[in-house]
Ligand binder design. Structure first.
Ligand SMILES: [Zn+2]
Ligand SMILES: [Zn+2]
Length: 243
C-alpha cells in the first residue's frame, strides 16, 4: 500500500511563532517512509515524531522558500554518517538555488558536497524516477521558481501536487488527472497562492478527484464541493492499494 502523510502545513513564521511545522509530506510504502517531499522549518522535529525516527534518504524539493527547505541543512547535518547517502531530487535550477544558497554553509564544511549528498536533477528537465515511482514535473505559478508534479505508478497517475502556486486552470487541470490532488490555498487570492474560493469552484467541476488543501492559516471557509477538504498535520491519505 502506498500512502502520503502530511508532516506540516504552516509557513516559516508559523514555526517561529508557534512551533507548528511548515510544509512537508512523506510517501510511505507499506508503512515505511520512502520519500520526503520538501523539508520546511520545523519539519525535522515533525518527521522525527510522526515517523518515529525512520527518516527517508530520498527527498524531493519543490522550491527554496524557507517553509519548504528551512530544515534541510539540519536534516543533512544530523544524518548518520554510517547511513546511506541522502539523495536530493528536483528540477535542475531549483537544486542549484538550494545548493548555492540554502546549503551554502554545509558546502563550506564539505557536508553538502557529493560525498554526503547525491544530486538528482530531473532528466529532460521534467522526469524523476524515485522510490519505484515516476514524477512528471511542471512549473508552478509562484513568486519563486517552483515545480509541482504528477506522480505515476507505472503509467497510472496516483497523485497530483501543485506545490506553492496561485490558481491557474492549466496547472489545476494537470493535477486533476490523478485521483488524489494536493493544492495550496489561502483565504484570499494572491500572486502566490490560490484562494479557497477559486479551489472550491474548480473542484466542483472535477468530482473524480479528491482534493486536499494545504493551508497556512486556520479558516472558517467551508467548501461547497464535497470532494475537497483542508489538510492537517498528521493526516495520511491512501494513494494506491495495489502497490
Ligand atoms: Zn513558496
Ligand atoms: Zn509555501
Amino acid at each position: 500500500m502506498l500512502t502520503i502523510q502530511c508532516l506540516g502545513t504552516g509557513r516559516g513564521a508559523t514555526n517561529f511563532k508557534t512551533g507548528a511545522p511548515s510544509t512537508a509530506y512523506v510517501i510511505k510504502h507499506s508503512g515505511k517512509p520512502v520519500l520526503l517531499i520538501d523539508c520546511g522549518a520545523g519539519v525535522g522535529r515533525s518527521a522525527s515524531t510522526l515517523l518515529e525516527g525512520s527518516l527517508p534518504a530520498d527527498i524531493y524539493l519543490s522550491h527554496n522558500h524557507a517553509d519548504h527547505t528551512g530544515d534541510l541543512p539540519l536534516y543533512i547535518a544530523t544524518w548518520p554518517s554510517d547511513a546511506e547517502k541522502i539523495r536530493l531530487f528536483g528540477h535542475n535550477e531549483v537544486l542549484k538555488i538550494v545548493r548555492n544558497h540554502r546549503l551554502h554553509e554545509l558546502e563550506s564544511l564539505g557536508l553538502a558536497a557529493d560525498k554526503a549528498v547525491h544530486w538528482n536533477p530531473a532528466t529532460n528537465g521534467q522526469t524523476i524516477e524515485v522510490a519505484g515511482l515516476t514524477l512528471q514535473l511542471f512549473k508552478s505559478a509562484h513568486n519563486y521558481l517552483c515545480y509541482g508534479f504528477v506522480m505515476y505508478n507505472n503509467t497510472r497517475p496516483i497523485l497530483g501536487w501543485t506545490a506553492d502556486s496561485r490558481f491557474e486552470r492549466e496547472i489545476y487541470e494537470t493535477v486533476a488527472t490523478a485521483p488524489v490532488a494536493i493544492v495550496h490555498g489561502r483565504d484570499a487570492p494572491s500572486g502566490d497562492h490560490a484562494s479557497f474560493e477559486e479551489i472550491d469552484e474548480f473542484c466542483k467541476q472535477r468530482q473524480d478527484t479528491e482534493f486536499y488543501v494545504s493551508h497556512y492559516e486556520s479558516s472558517n471557509f467551508s467548501f461547497a464541493a464535497a470532494n475537497v477538504s483542508l489538510l492537517d498535520t498528521g493526516r495520511e491519505i491512501v494513494l494506491d492499494n495495489s502497490f
